[in-house]
Design a protein around this ligand. Structure first.
Ligand code: ADP
Ligand code: MG
Length: 385
């Protein structure tokens, strides 16, 4: 759907023109997986797929939320607080609205239309995308003066406290602070970040959606968080650290005997070595060495597959195929795992071949087809003129 078509749809729905239009991207994490809740480094980037948000004020003091992607509509008056209304999509904008009014900000009724072309529920963070789109748009429209970082923290709080999902800061940060042709090397503990030039040269960032429902994701995610807590507690017997990522792979080897449970040991090894890989990956990007970056992507995938055990036949199939294709620089699962998406850096000229071949390989092995997109690293949330 084009912005023009969206504006027409807005007019049809609300009988008035859209006054402002915003776009917030989705994101992928290039490397640094299951790190954000361990106080380490991640390397996400914003992509050129995301969520459009169109708005205009109305005279009725009512928020009217509509989405091209969902049938349910929602109208609610201006109030001083809002509560979660079940698990429908409007809890995302409602959670943001709640934070504004709970902070005592003055708001007025708006007609709002969303449209997302980022696959929803596939680990590309359509949720952070709609949250940050809303927070950014409200901040601009209501002239509240939150900083971008405050909006990120607000959106994270919506996800954690209003929606009720325990997740780190990476997603909201990436879709807010993303920059074209840059990866964000972000320390999830201190929120220090550096925009590292990611010169993909003649390549595209391919996203391969396994189209597998992520049923296990939430329970397994919580299990991994708990295993990391156990590993940290064991290491703290000898080390003065607050997070697993406070140590590197060498220090870990010297102290790993403290972790007696072999499963917990594997989990900790993934986290600490993955954090080291992010540092190496940032250097590789800075030196324009995509081949080295690609190798680190493959190494990350292996570690997630074997030590962290969050991959699965579907994500593995994508990486297996990618390893055999000389037009691929690197590939790995991205996001929480158990389905969702994989990414691959693929020679732009060969993308159509890659697409065809990976679909064929995957379909033969898994029994249904993945969806494959060519994306670029893009800017974070912004107003469209
Ligand atoms: P992910 O963030 O991986 O895409 P989540 O389950 O965290 O998956 O978030 C998806 C939810 O976010 C959707 O089910 C819906 O409630 C909300 N959402 C995302 N995009 C839109 C949209 N364009 N319109 C309405 N709701 C959306
Ligand atoms: Mg999400």
């Amino acid at each position: 759907m084009t912005t023009t078509q969206l504006k027409q749809q807005f007019e049809t729905l609300f009988d008035q023109e859209a006054l402002e239009t915003y776009f917030c991207p989705g994101r992928v994490n290039l490397i640094g997986e299951h790190i954000d809740y361990n106080g380490g480094l991640v390397m996400p980037c914003a992509i050129n797929f995301g969520t459009w948000m169109l708005l205009s004020p109305n005279e009725d003091n009512v928020f009217r939320f509509r989405s091209v992607n969902f049938e349910e509509t929602y109208d609610i008056g201006v109030q001083t607080a809002y509560e979660k209304t079940g698990r429908e999509w409007f809890n995302y904008p409602l959670g943001v609205l709640h934070h504004f009014v709970a902070d005592g900000k003055q708001v007025q009724g708006l007609d709002v239309l969303y449209y997302g072309n980022v696959p929803i529920g596939s680990g590309l963070s359509s949720s952070a995308s709609i949250e940050i789109a809303t927070a950014f748009a409200f901040n601009q429209y209501f002239k509240t003066d939150y900083t971008k970082l405050e909006l990120v923290l607000m959106a994270k709080s919506v996800e954690n406290n209003f929606i009720g999902l325990s997740s780190g800061i990476m997603d909201q940060f990436a879709v807010a602070f993303g920059e074209e042709h840059k990866a964000l090397k972000l320390n999830c503990d201190t929120l220090d970040y550096e925009a590292v030039t990611a010169n993909l040269q003649n390549n595209v960032l391919a996203i391969i959606n396994t189209n597998k429902p992520r049923k296990l994701a939430e329970s397994k995610y919580n299990e991994r968080v708990e295993e990391c807590h156990q590993a940290l507690a064991a290491l703290q017997q000898e080390l003065d650290i607050n997070n697993l990522c406070d140590i590197d792979g060498i220090t870990f080897k010297q102290h790993q005997h403290l972790i007696t449970d072999p499963t917990v040991l594997k989990r900790a090894r993934h986290v600490i070595e993955e954090n080291d890989r992010v540092k190496l990956a940032a250097v590789a990007l800075a030196e324009d060495d995509l081949v080295r970056f690609g190798r680190l992507m493959y190494a990350s995938h292996l570690s997630l597959q074997n030590d962290y055990e969050v991959s699965g036949a579907e994500l593995d199939a994508v990486v297996e195929y990618s390893l055999t294709d000389s037009n691929v620089v690197g590939a790995r699962m991205t996001g929480a795992g158990f389905g969702g998406c994989a990414i691959a850096i693929v020679n732009a000229d060969a993308f159509e071949d890659y697409r065809k071949n990976v679909i064929e390989y995957y379909t033969q092995k898994i029994g249904y087809a993945p969806s494959v997109y060519a994306t670029n690293i893009s800017d974070g949330v912004h107003e469209l003129v």
